[in-house]
Design a protein around this ligand. Structure first.
Ligand code: FEO
Length: 135
């Protein structure tokens, strides 16, 4: 599976958010990179858990910014964040319980969700924050 490559098209115009997105991408890339990633491998389990924790931290930071600038689509955006955490937790639990290798389904989900969320949903607040001077 090809790794995610961050380029300027991923920039939402807010430095601290771009930095957090880069870190999330790095964490997902680490999972993609791991050869035949087994959930028995402590490194892979830790990365999965760290990635979920960091995603939660990032979503909170992003939503606080939306609140501060009274972004009108905060509720809808929040639901998307919750959905990601729920789905990731479900897939990760299934994987750990069945003691399988990290399934391609989980890796594709993480990769596709993050890329489309940044490029479509997050990108919708770029112009809004620009006009509020939030960078
Ligand atoms: Fe950057 Fe909405 O997550």
């Amino acid at each position: 599976m090809e790794k995610i490559v961050w380029d300027q098209s991923f920039s939402v115009g807010v430095q601290k958010i771009d930095k957090q997105h880069k870190k999330l991408i790095d964490m997902i890339n680490q999972l993609i990179d791991a050869e035949n990633p087994s959930v028995r491998s402590e490194a892979v389990s830790d990365t999965l858990m760290d990635m979920t924790d960091y995603a939660t931290y990032h979503f909170q930071a992003e939503e606080e910014l939306m609140q501060e600038y009274q972004y009108p689509h905060l509720d809808r955006h929040h639901l998307q964040h919750m959905d990601f955490i729920r789905k990731t937790a479900e897939l990760a639990t299934d994987t750990v319980e069945l003691q399988q290798t990290v399934p391609a389904e989980l890796l594709s989900f993480l990769k596709n969700w993050l890329v489309s969320h940044i490029l479509e949903s997050d990108m919708r607040y770029k112009d809004f924050f620009d006009t509020k001077g939030g960078s």
